[in-house]
Structure formats: C-alpha cells, structure tokens
Design a binder for this molecule. Structure first.
Ligand SMILES: *Cc1c(COP(=O)(O)O)cnc(C)c1O
Length: 236
C-alpha cells in the first residue's frame, strides 16, 4: 500500500515535471505537447509505478532487468509502455524483450543481433520491438553508448532486422560536460539518421538535471526520474 501522503507527493512531482516540460517547450519555441515524458521508475516499487499509471502516466523507464522484469510482470494489466534504458548484456536480452516495448540503449551490432533473435523467439511478427541507438557523447564509453561514427551502421542493422523497428536515438549528457553542446551534437546525428530513415524521429535526451537543454536541442522525449519521484539513493 502506498500511503496517501506519498500518493500526493507523486502527483505533485508529476505535475511539476509536466510543467517544466511545458515551460521548456514554450521557451524553445516548440509546440505544446511535442515532448513526451518517460518516468524513470528504477529503485521505486511497483506499487508506486501503479500510482503513476493511475495518474495517467503511460511511459515508464527501467535500467536493470532483475528489477524491471518482476515490476513489469506485476503491472502487466496497467497498459504501460516499458522503456529499457540501461546497459544491456546479451544474456539478458531474452528476458527484456518479453516486457519492454522500447529498448533505448542499443549500442552495438552484436546486441542488435541478439535482440532480433530474441524478438523472433519471444514476441513474433505481431509485436515489433522499437529500438533506439544510444550515442556516447563523451570520452567515457564505459557508461554505454556507441561512438558517433558507429551510429549509422547500428541504425542500418536495426532497420534490416525484420522484428525490430528503428525509433531514433538516445543519449545521456556527459557527467562533467556541457549539456547544450552534447545535445546539439546529438541533434546533428539525429538529422543524419532521419535523412536515411525518415520515420526514425525519436530523440530521447534530457533527464531531471538537463531537460531544458535537451528540449532546446530538439529532444522529442525526456526521461525524468528524481524530478517526478524524488530522491533516489545512488546505486552502486
Ligand atoms: C536514471 C536515469 C534517468 C533519470 O535520471 P534523473 O536524473 O533521476 O531524472 C534517465 N536516463 C537514464 C539512462 C537513467 O539511467
């Protein structure tokens, strides 16, 4: 059971997050409603994700399969769209494609092949899996993401896979870098990808600390965790 006080806190966090997105759209001269919200629910219990669903949230993001799989299973009747946003090992792919609707962290050809195989085994032709290519915007590829030079090849590989759909690109701003510069680079890469693949228009960028910069540079989707759900202890 989620106490009423926490329910109110979540509702207020959601309202504040949506208001920030609306302000950022307006400040950037973009149409109201042009930026979608994915609420990042990692570390928060399934009961609180159900509260979000009651409040009208449809897109949720998780970064660890061990945590996401049971939560998605418990909430499978809520009509939520699950985004997998964490670094993904090929041995977890079969589990992830069972509940995820979007995998945002596709950063290597080998992972595309594993996703394609698992989608055929677990999902079938009625339920194509949307994939975003995660781009690394700094010199720390340890945090996940393909270097910009690899993005086109990975995108082509996704397009060639019968049960995968290329949605677009995803990125996380560098830890100590300039978010505006990073998201401007991401926008350039997104243009190149969309030129080859006109339906791949999603740009997933912007988190609680930098959503305004992401929206200025054309993000179509932001991923907000702490701005909506509050403090989350760092995972180690
Ligand atoms: C945790 C996480 C987020 C959300 O971070 P906040 O700063 O809490 O908004 C967004 N994207 C990814 C990839 C994450 O791992």
């Amino acid at each position: 059971m989620v106490p009423d006080s926490r329910r109110r806190e979540i509702a207020a966090g959601l309202e504040a997050g949506l208001a920030r997105i609306a302000e950022a759209e307006q400040a950037a001269g973009r149409a109201a409603g042009s930026v979608d919200l994915v609420v990042v629910t990692k570390t928060f219990p399934a009961e609180e994700v159900a509260v979000l669903a009651d409040l009208g949230v449809t897109h949720v993001g998780e970064n660890r399969d061990q945590e996401a799989a049971p939560k998605a299973q418990a909430l499978r009747d809520q009509g939520l769209v699950w985004h997998f946003i964490g670094q993904l090992q090929t041995n977890k792919v079969r589990s992830v494609v069972d509940y995820a609707d979007v995998v945002e962290s596709v950063d290597r050809i080998k992972l595309v092949r594993a996703l394609s195989k698992a989608a055929a085994a677990v999902r079938g032709p009625q339920a194509p899996l949307t994939c975003l290519v995660q781009v690394c915007l700094d010199d720390q590829p340890g945090r996940g993401g393909a270097v910009p030079e690899q993005v086109a090849d990975i995108a082509d590989e996704i397009v060639a896979a019968p049960l995968l759909t290329l949605g677009g690109l995803m990125a996380v701003a560098p830890l100590d870098g300039d978010a505006d510069r990073a998201f401007a680079r991401l926008a350039e890469l997104a243009e190149v990808v969309a030129a080859d693949h006109p339906t791949a228009r999603t740009v997933s960028a912007g988190m609680s600390g930098d959503l305004e910069a992401a929206v200025r540079h054309g993000a179509t989707q932001v991923r907000l965790g702490s701005a909506v759900l509050g403090y989350r202890p760092p995972v180690g």
